[in-house]
Design a protein around this ligand. Sequence first.
Ligand SMILES: NC(=O)c1ccc[n+]([C@@H]2O[C@H](COP(=O)([O-])OP(=O)(O)OC[C@H]3O[C@@H](n4cnc5c(N)ncnc54)[C@H](O)[C@@H]3O)[C@@H](O)[C@H]2O)c1
Length: 312
Amino acid sequence: MKVMVTGAAGYIGQPLTEMLHTEGHEVLGVDIRPAQHTTEGDIRDLPDHLFEGVDSIVHLAGVSFAPEWTDADDIIWDANVEGVRRVLDQAEQAGVRRFVLASSASIFEGRSDDLARVDTRPRPVSAYGRSKACAERVVTASAIPQKVALRKGTLCGLGPNPRLDLVLNQMSLNAVRKGKVFVDGTGDNHRPMLRLSRTVRNYFHFATTEVPDGSHFFNICDDNVTVVGIAKGVCQLTGAELVHREYTGRPRSYVMRNEATAGLPLPPEEPIGIDGMVAEVVAEMQAEIDRLPQVSTDPRLDRLEEINRDLR
Ligand SMILES: NC(=O)c1ccc[n+]([C@@H]2O[C@H](COP(=O)([O-])OP(=O)(O)OC[C@H]3O[C@@H](n4cnc5c(N)ncnc54)[C@H](O)[C@@H]3O)[C@@H](O)[C@H]2O)c1
């Protein structure tokens, strides 16, 4: 099969393109940053010929996290909504049959009372959450026959291009490097957590497997847990000290149940609990600490700066 992966240089994109390539598929990565199996290009302005002969698209490109700073709202909207619209238009013209959207559990922000289900009404709070909910609507309205939205929890695990701003990755890094784990405020806000390895296998599955015509939604997470619960797990395993930092912002809190649109099975995969995820990530961190870059106390700041630079 010929699979286009947008955002191919990213945290999920790199291991996914590698897996597709290893399994004998023709991979066409697209990203504003260079990477293996990847053509450099902006999703908002790709040449039409790139879409020729493409069977399926996994659309990962965009602003991939929810900064609390409102000055990023226009950048998020442009990349995450207009970018999707543009890629879909070109895919439709080229007769691409399947489109897999990287959606997010963030569309359920503000719902930590009950586990969000696939048909739970999204109630996004941040510009990021709103952009993902809107991108889902744009995809649903497109004429592409097979449409899949993967709503993923917060990922963890290193992979070839680790994201150190993700909560468990960041806590493990600080535990191993500084002997401290920081929690902003009480940390009693919830997160649905998900392994990178499982995510990559799920995207591989949908990139290469037919689904019935129509729009299909998948809520995917390994475990729902409080931020302070994650921190305690990391401290217990590493002996690091738990440090609460003063926090006046709005903590993001949401929980989600593993579920697929009625009639469709979830890709076969057993969820693992938070203890399993903490053990996996801490072990990876201890093994790879020397290759990881130094990051500031808040790696999201570095990340926003990087995104601003790349997208303007
Ligand atoms: N990592 C998570 O916890 C998580 C959870 C839920 C959803 N998601 C979504 O999954 C997708 C991938 O996430 P990730 O963690 O790999 O993020 P990432 O930031 O590592 O990768 C995104 C990639 O998109 C590229 N990109 C951004 N704008 C682009 C543009 N205009 N044109 C071309 N390329 C562009 C970036 O250069 C980057 O390589 C994102 O859409 C993200 O919102 C991620």
